[in-house]
Design a protein around this ligand. Sequence first.
Ligand code: ATP
Ligand code: MG
Length: 185
Amino acid sequence: MSESSTPATTPPVPSEGLVIVYTGGGKGKTTAALGAVFRAMGRGWKVAVVQFIKGKWRTGERIFAETLPGLTFLVMGHGFTWDSDDLSRDKRAAIDAWETSKELIASGNYPLVVLDEITYVVNYGFVDVEDVVAALASRPPHVSVLLTGRNAPEPIVALADVVTEMRSVKHPFEKGKKALLGIDF
Ligand code: ATP
Ligand code: MG
C-alpha cells in the first residue's frame, strides 16, 4: 500500500498488549500464530512476523505474505539450522533477525509482532534469553508479542501473559508420512 492510500485515521489498538507463547510438541503453533495475524490485520493493524528459521523453504504463508501490504514478513538466513555445519553463519543470521525484531517491537508501529520459532535460537544459545525478556518487558505497552516454538525457555514463560502448550495426540509423521503441501508448509 502506498503512503497516499494509508487511511488518515489509525485503527483502534488497546492500550495494553499481551505477551503470548505457543509452545509444546503438537502441531499448530505457527498456524495459530498466523491466525492471530489474520485477526489483527482484520482490525487494520500493521503486523510484523519474523520467522527464526532459515529461508530455503518457500512456505505457503511466505508466498501469501508477499501479497499483503500491511504485513511485514521476514525470514532469517537460509535453510534449517540443523541441516548446516556452519554454525557461526547461523548464529550471525539469528542475531541479525533478533536485532531486527527488537527494532520492530520497540518502534511501536506494529501492534502485533510475531516471533515464530524464536525458542530454537534461544535454546541453541544464539540469542540471549535475558535480552529477549528485557525487550519484551520494555516494549511499548500497546504492543503484543507472540512467540512460538517447542521448549519455551522458562524466563519467557514466567514473563508471558498467555502460554498455550500444544500437545500431540497423533501426527502422520509417526506413520512415516511426509509434510503435506498446503497443510504443513
Ligand atoms: P504448524 O506450522 O503446522 O502450525 P508447528 O509450528 O506447531 O506446526 P513446528 O515445531 O514449527 O510445529 O514444526 C513444523 C513442522 O513439523 C510442520 O510440518 C508440522 O506438521 C510438523 N509437526 C508439528 N508437530 C508435529 C508432531 N507432533 N510430530 C511430527 N511433526 C510435527
Ligand atoms: Mg512452527
